[in-house]
Design a protein around this ligand. Structure first.
Ligand SMILES: NC(=O)c1ccc[n+]([C@@H]2O[C@H](COP(=O)([O-])OP(=O)(O)OC[C@H]3O[C@@H](n4cnc5c(N)ncnc54)[C@H](OP(=O)(O)O)[C@@H]3O)[C@@H](O)[C@H]2O)c1
Length: 259
């Protein structure tokens, strides 16, 4: 049990990568607060993951300060002091070229992917610093490091998340808190990759098979990643096994981006 006695918040935990991370953390003994916006889906996930009383959930948009305050307060009340924060909630925001992107599109993606991580980090850090321990993990993407079309707002928001990761690490690593990021490649079976795949097919007039061929050709393992593979890396970075890792952005991409 690598997270025995730890309390974690995982945002965007109703499905996909966030759900896989929550499930892995629970299996390693953590108590986990799940969050996403859609209450019915979140409640269903919480019920499915509930093996003990150590799962809680709170629905709400984490780009809003009021939700963040409630999430942190409720976690402390129901589960205890927060040891781990996983900023996973995110949207792609549609596949658009920069000339089609509206200012509203841009602001929405920035708010959900980046502002939310800032708000939550700011909310949990004082407690972590006071107790001299904590791990924060930001789920970014290889789009933050590579160059992919129709991803302007998404790529910029996720590159911002890497900047936030390093700045936060610089402020709190000497106080016992580690801050890292993960950069997955395409993750199969997720709603996001379905949206992106369908958008790329439309934009470049590719069949599903042609797109899979092109995508896989850029990956050394010649396959997409699975949510469980991202969750395994998340577990490592949030556990004491990664005691000397901070300020890092680790690629979980089967070999696509090399820095
Ligand atoms: N899938 C991929 O190929 C891939 C690759 C690299 C990185 N990532 C990153 O991994 C993370 C998870 O992606 P995924 O593929 O698992 O996506 P997903 O299946 O679409 O899940 C996204 C989760 O975030 C929640 N969410 C979205 N906006 C939110 C908000 N404002 N407040 C709270 N929760 C919110 C969603 O629920 P509601 O909509 O109900 O709120 C859902 O639980 C994202 O940050 C994404 O950028 C994904």
């Amino acid at each position: 049990m690598r997270l025995e006695g730890r309390v974690a918040i995982v945002t965007g935990a109703s499905r996909g990568i966030g759900r896989a991370i929550a499930e892995r953390f629970l299996g390693e003994g953590a108590a986990v607060m799940l969050n996403s916006r859609t209450e019915a889906e979140l409640k269903k996930t919480a019920e499915e993951l509930k093996k003990s009383a150590r799962v809680a959930y709170l629905a709400g948009d984490v780009s809003q300060e009021a939700t963040v305050s409630r999430l942190v307060e409720q976690t402390r009340k129901e589960l205890g002091e927060i040891d781990i924060l996983v900023n996973n909630a995110g949207i792609y925001g549609g596949l658009k070229g920069l000339t089609e992107l509206t200012a509203e599109d841009w602001d929405r993606v920035m708010a959900i992917n980046l502002r939310s991580a800032f708000l939550l980090t700011r909310a949990v850090l004082p407690g972590m610093v006071e107790r001299g321990r904590g791990a924060i993990l930001n789920i970014s993407t290889i789009s933050a490091k590579g160059a992919y079309p129709l991803s302007g707002a998404y790529a910029a928001s996720k590159a911002g998340l890497l900047g936030l990761t390093r700045a936060a690490a610089a402020e709190v690593s000497a106080k016992g808190v580690r801050v890292n990021a993960l950069c997955p490649g395409p993750v199969e079976g997720t709603a996001m990759w379905k949206e992106v795949g369908e958008g790329l097919q439309r934009a470049f007039q590719l069949s599903k098979e042609e797109l899979a061929q092109e995508t896989n050709a850029a990956i050394l393992q010649r396959r997409p990643q699975r949510p469980e593979e991202v969750a395994a890396a998340a577990l490592f970075l949030c556990s004491d096994d990664a005691s000397a890792l901070t300020g890092q952005a680790v690629n979980v991409d089967g070999g696509e981006v090399f820095y």
